[in-house]
Design a protein around this ligand. Structure first.
Ligand SMILES: [Zn+2]
Length: 127
């Protein structure tokens, strides 16, 4: 990122906005990796998490890129972000196991994964 050489601040407002979202992405990436290790140890990690503003969804899994997009407004809330990251990682896990999974993303396989998570105290603490 460019910065003003005298102040060290970004050269324009857009850069400042970008830097806030980059910070959020850094924090959420740390959170994401912890959640992956804790709840999905046997699943290949996603490629990353991206903070976006131009979305009508709070969060979504993008199968083609194997990444999670999270809205900047939601990204402010760490515990809520953690809960929804687990949700998106269930989609990722099931998509990895079955490329046709997206035809029925909230079917029995999804429900079974949530029921397994609900047996874990660490998951219940997110609720
Ligand atoms: Zn979902």
């Amino acid at each position: 990122m460019r910065s003003d050489s005298e102040t060290g601040f970004s050269a324009d407002e857009n850069d400042i906005g970008d830097s806030i979202e980059e910070t959020a992405e850094g924090i959420l990436t740390t959170l994401l990796r912890r959640i992956e290790r804790r709840f999905f140890p046997g699943v290949r990690p996603v490629n990353g998490i991206e903070v976006v503003r131009n979305s009508h969804l709070p969060c979504r899994y993008v199968p083609a890129e194997k990444k999670i997009q999270i809205h900047a407004e939601l990204a402010q809330f760490a515990k809520l972000s953690a809960l929804i990251i687990v949700h998106e990682l269930v989609h990722h896990k099931l998509q990895e196991a079955d490329p046709n999974y997206a035809y029925n993303p909230y079917g029995p396989k999804f429900r079974d994964e949530i029921m397994e998570l609900a047996k874990q105290d660490d998951y219940l603490r997110l609720l």
